[in-house]
Design a protein around this ligand. Structure first.
Ligand SMILES: C[S@@+](CC[C@H](N)C(=O)[O-])C[C@H]1O[C@@H](n2cnc3c(N)ncnc32)[C@H](O)[C@@H]1O
Length: 477
């Protein structure tokens, strides 16, 4: 095992908290008696590879490379890979380093929206960028652990360190553990001056840092969720099943018994039946995108009937919640299942007709099964488990937007073709929620030769498959 404590050579803007001084209890996972194999250092003239190659192209590592990359930017040649590679080699950069540096530049642009401008100082890997948490969402995770009184957090499977960075920025002492060597090297660079990174495969022997009170220790997990099974587009399929998490949910729940609060990020499609007993599950949307669910566990959870108002940073044992974050990460709305009306809400059956308006909730609310929190007295859910509602009132809320229902149609190609011709549709948008009908089938043969734009929603009322023509939203909260 190597301890890659960070150096202090990053720009000051990146150094949001002092270096940590974490000492670890010895135990097999943390014990030098079972070290990870250290690859031999390359001989002079030998090509660099793996983590050594990655470290050699870190911003600030080599002034010649940094200057050559800056020159490419200002001359506009950075966008032409062939010209950029030739220019770096002409500046004396070895081909493998030139390729690695250009790959970093490309990854930085891909990661900028997710990770912010700090990408300019970071080392990245392709898989790490795909799996990293958006920085505005990572800040919420950190706020929850901090609000529970946690002071020291172990981020198990820290990846490139997006969550770890947010934890450190919230003033917590952090240690990231990462099993993949290149990713650990990148994380060590990214967290330099902020926390410790350990390259190791964490297991059930993971011990609490020495001298840390269990009531002040938190665990964060963001398990890898790729199965490695490629879908039709060649990308690994996203899953949200407990068996496919790495580290496993078993390891998460075992270790969670030792800390005050443990958070484990899972896919937003996580089934309610798979929430561990007594845990809290929090669904989060950011800028309108449903991004994750987090399972919170441990003695620091508040009781379900806590008299304090519900809060996005204070999870309750045995409840579900939804948190809607704005683009800048501010909390726009939060709801908890303890707020659901005791008598439940009305759900339409197959013989019922929807009201005048469609109620479209934020996806976090719908996925958390909390539509009932946002429905008014006369409103109803469209069908069992649909998660969208209907109302005779146009009023939206911080959770919902309403659309006038223009027409109800059978979701059959012939009916849709006739409707498109009769109402002079020129541009057709087909949306789908809670329906088993394939949008491609419905669109088949529809001629859009008219002048108006129409939105068709494939959904169901009770168990009846329907297509609703809906107007654009009346109120966007
Ligand atoms: C989804 S990524 C973490 C992303 C990170 N939260 C971020 O925002 O950058 C999960 C990481 O866990 C690592 N991992 C999986 N099992 C592990 C284990 N048992 N011990 C340490 N790391 C592990 C993987 O190599 C991967 O980099």
């Amino acid at each position: 095992m190597r301890d890659r404590s960070g150096s202090d050579d990053l720009p000051r803007s990146f150094q949001t908290s002092p270096p940590t001084a974490a000492g670890w209890e010895t135990g097999p996972a943390m014990d030098d008696a079972r070290p990870c194999p250290v690859p031999p250092a390359p001989q002079p003239g030998e090509p660099l590879e793996g983590a050594a190659l990655l470290r050699s192209v870190a911003p600030g590592h080599d002034a010649v490379l940094d200057a050559a990359l800056a020159e490419l930017e200002t001359s506009g040649r950075a966008t032409d890979p062939l010209a950029a590679g030739a220019a770096l080699r002409a500046a004396g950069i070895a081909p493998e380093r030139a390729a690695a540096a250009l790959s970093q530049a490309e990854l930085r642009e891909r990661a900028r929206i997710k990770l912010g401008d700090r990408v300019d100082a970071m080392l990245l890997t392709r898989a790490g960028v795909e799996q990293a948490t958006r920085w505005q969402v990572a800040a919420l995770h950190a706020a929850v652990l901090r609000a529970a009184g946690v002071e020291q957090v172990t981020d198990v499977g820290c990846g490139l360190g997006a969550d770890t960075h947010a934890l450190a920025a919230a003033g917590l002492n952090v240690t990231g553990i990462e099993a993949d060597e290149q990713t650990a090297a990148a994380a060590a660079h990214n967290l330099a001056g902020l926390g410790r990174v350990v390259h190791d495969e964490a297991d059930a022997t993971l011990a609490r840092p020495e001298g840390v009170d269990p009531a002040r220790w938190g665990l964060w997990f963001d398990p890898a969720r790729r199965t490695g099974v490629a879908d039709a587009t060649g990308r690994a399929r996203r899953v949200s099943s407990p068996q496919d998490l790495r580290p496993s949910l078993d390891l998460v729940t075992t270790l969670a018994q030792r800390a005050a609060l443990t958070g484990c990020k899972v896919g937003p499609g996580w089934r309610h039946a798979d929430i561990p007993p007594g845990a809290h599950a929090q669904w989060v949307s950011h800028a309108g995108d449903l991004v994750e669910a987090v399972l919170w566990m441990g003695p620091a959870l508040r009781p379900q009937d806590d008299p304090a108002p519900v809060s996005p940073t204070v999870p309750r044992a045995g409840t579900r919640s939804a948190t809607r974050l704005g683009t800048d990460g501010s909390v726009l709305a939060h709801a908890d299942s303890s707020q659901l009306p005791a008598e439940g809400h009305r759900v339409l059956g197959s013989q019922d007709e929807p009201g005048t308006f469609l109620v479209e909730p934020d996806p976090a609310l719908s996925q958390a099964g909390l539509l009932g929190v946002a429905l008014g007295p006369g409103d109803a859910e469209l069908g069992p488990g649909v998660g969208w509602g209907t109302s005779d009132s146009p009023a939206g809320s911080a959770w919902t937007r309403t659309h006038r229902i223009v027409e109800l149609l059978a979701p059959r190609p012939k009916a849709i073709r006739q409707w498109a011709r009769r109402t002079e549709v020129g541009d057709l948008v087909v949306r789908k929620h809670g329906s088993t009908v394939d949008p491609a089938t419905v669109r088949k043969g529809v001629r859009t030769t008219g002048t108006r734009r129409a939105i068709l929603l494939l959904t169901r009322v009770g168990d009846r498959q329907l297509a609703l023509e809906i107007a654009p939203p009346i109120l966007s909260a």
